[in-house]
Design a protein. Structure first.
Length: 227
């Protein structure tokens, strides 16, 4: 691995629910990158990332508040709202986890992560991967890259959800935006639909999923990591 100083100026935020892991990662990265903050759950991380404005967020997959995929979606959605003029780029995300399960890899990549490493990686390898992600590359532990290629090539069956399978593609689009807290008018604008059509889709989703309120719909979507 390279000992180039190119990673030294990269600002990194570390998110992991285990304090010993956070301190260990910070120690391993000391002198290699600029660690600008750490957090132990999703809500704390969202606030910390907004304040620290890192280049790269190093994120665990499983943690309180919805996990790595939920954190990535929340930060990227907030960045999209705040920077409609693209004045400031959103941070890039690199997953670091003990899990090497295909479903975990695919979930965070679909959410927007640029790479996924297991915690067997060395400090030097991690620093280099952070530098590459900051530069726009995608980085994976060797075995995990195959999961991503297979899933996006359509050769790996994605987990089936009979309830979700009832919904049309447009109903799923509406579901995700409503569950993220968007008003009907905003959903209509984003999907180029009329407000009446959005209302019709929401009613259909609630009926098919046997839910009675927007709150229940949001909880249902969050439990399935759709938000």
């Amino acid at each position: 691995m390279s000992d180039s100083a190119s990673e030294a100026g990269v600002k990194v935020f570390v998110v992991d629910d285990h304090p010993l892991v956070r301190s260990g990662v910070r120690s391993e990265l000391e002198g290699r990158v600029d660690v600008v903050g750490t957090a132990g759950d999703v809500d704390e991380a969202v606030a910390g990332i907004a304040a620290a404005r890192p280049d790269v967020v190093l994120v665990d997959v499983h943690m309180p508040g919805g996990g790595g995929a939920e954190l990535i979606r929340r930060v990227l959605t907030a960045a999209e709202k705040a920077n409609a003029d693209a004045a400031e780029p959103a941070p890039r995300f690199l997953a670091l986890s003990v899990s090497d399960a295909a479903e975990d890899v695919i979930a965070v990549i679909r959410a927007g992560a640029r790479g996924y490493l297991t915690k067997t990686v060395s400090g030097a390898e991690l620093a280099e991967a952070i530098g590459r992600v900051a530069a726009g590359d995608a980085v994976f532990s060797p075995r995990l890259a195959g999961f991503v290629l297979d899933a996006f090539a359509g050769t790996m069956p994605l987990p089936s959800d009979p309830e979700l399978d009832q919904l049309t593609a447009r109903e799923r689009d509406v579901l995700r935006l409503i569950a993220r807290g968007y008003a009907y008018k905003e959903v209509a604008r984003r999907l180029n639909l009329s407000v009446k059509t959005v209302e019709t889709h929401v009613s259909s989703v609630l009926r098919k999923l046997q839910l009675s309120s927007r709150h229940e719909l949001t909880r249902w979507a969050t439990e399935r990591r759709l938000v």
